[in-house]
Design a protein around this ligand. Structure first.
Ligand SMILES: *Cc1c(COP(=O)(O)O)cnc(C)c1O
Length: 370
């Protein structure tokens, strides 16, 4: 049996009539950049999260950059980010002129460990970007408390956490603002690049929208210099077809995670992901740890099961950040985890047979002593 890591085409086939009609409608109206489809999606996405404003943009990386510009990040500023994330979280800090300061992660939940925050805050620190990694919210209460007591902003990088829950609050509604990606493989994915920022702060939303759209909200009214980072009409129309299904797709991911948890709990070679009692993960990724990760990945591939490693290097240990001089001793949890993590297939269209076969294969490999 072949188990793919994801099946974007199946999701399209499931919604084909609606999807084709939405795309044809955008083409018929030549509504290619922003326009009514984008405005509608912005409203619907803000409503789905319970946020006052949604500012769409080109992708989830731009969303982080635009948010930091909107928050007034200046050269010389420092921004605290978790050591384990996709590089967008840290590269945009530099892009905004500031310096990323890496914080180690919690060994159980893989998200930014609030216990290390106060040791990293200096007179130059302006903000914190917790990442809701793999779909589980970061431990926001202590993060927000620390931010508040030091006068820092908080951007929730929610690219992997559409509709995730933290103590009955939705990921993306707790910080100063939150960024989302609609990259095709994300839990809510477009058919190309797209991103958004949500916030309850109307003035911040205006500054971000202005910056993303050449410095003006009306044509030829450039109040500042900006960039070109807009959502296009096709992506918005596609996302609007998908958004009403997101809750069901999330439940499907949660059911698969529950089956993995029940089916693999006794496989001693695997460390399974854990969700805090007061959180609901949306399982963007199901990330296990294994002492002999590379061999396990190879054995699974030989059995037809696709896996990925997200991510094989914590950001501070990438060549891009060699100049900052971080060593494994500075961020021991991230350093240990990067060689052990493996992401199993999890996607809402995954069949029961796929899940059963993946569990059975992992059980066999565990019994064989791998
Ligand atoms: C995907 C991702 C991003 C970037 O989103 P793009 O739309 O690909 O630019 C940022 N942060 C995290 C945590 C992500 O997973």
């Amino acid at each position: 049996m072949q188990v793919p890591f994801a099946d974007l085409h199946q999701q399209y086939l499931d919604l084909k009539p609606e999807m084709d009609a939405a795309i044809a409608s955008v083409i018929a109206r030549s509504s290619f950049i922003r326009g009514p489809d984008v405005e509608r999606f912005e409203q619907d996405f803000a409503t789905a999260l319970g946020s006052a404003h949604c500012v769409s943009c080109g992708n989830g990386t731009d969303a982080l950059y635009i948010a930091m510009v909107g928050l007034g990040v200046q050269p010389g500023d420092e921004v605290i980010v978790p050591a384990m994330s996709w590089i967008s979280t840290s590269e945009t800090v530099s892009q905004a002129g500031a310096r990323p300061v890496f914080c180690d992660i919690d060994p159980v939940t893989y998200t930014l460990d609030p216990a290390h925050l106060s040791g990293l805050i200096t007179a130059r620190t302006v903000g914190i970007i917790p990442v809701h990694l793999y779909g589980q919210p970061a431990d926001m209460d202590p993060i927000l408390e620390t931010a508040q007591s030091h006068g820092l902003w908080v951007i929730e990088d929610s690219a992997q956490a559409h509709l995730a829950q933290y103590k009955s609050r939705t990921a993306g509604t707790m910080g100063t603002c939150a960024t989302f990606s609609f990259y095709p493989g994300k839990n809510l994915g477009a058919m190309g690049d797209a991103g958004a920022i949500v916030t309850d702060d109307a003035a911040l939303a205006d500054r971000m929208a202005m910056f993303a759209r050449h410095g003006g909200l009306k044509k030829h009214d450039h109040r500042i210099e900006g960039i070109n980072s807009r959502m296009d009409g096709l992506q918005a129309a596609i996302l609007s077809v998908k958004l009403p299904h997101l809750q069901d797709w999330t439940r499907a991911r949660q059911a698969i995670a529950a089956r993995y948890g029940a089916g693999l709990g006794n496989a001693g070679s695997l460390t399974l992901p854990r969700v805090r009692d007061d959180c609901a993960s949306v399982w963007h990724l199901y990330t296990v740890q294994h002492e002999n990760r590379d061999a396990l990945q190879k054995a699974l591939a030989a059995a037809g099961i696709a896996t990925t490693v997200n991510y094989p290097r914590g950001m501070p240990f990438m060549p891009a950040y060699a100049g900052l001089g971080y060593t494994a001793a500075d961020l021991p949890v991230c350093a240990a985890m990067q060689d052990r993590i493996l992401c199993l297939p999890i996607f809402s269209e995954m069949s029961d047979a796929h899940v059963a076969y993946t569990i059975q294969t992992l059980q066999r490999l565990d019994a064989e002593g791998l």
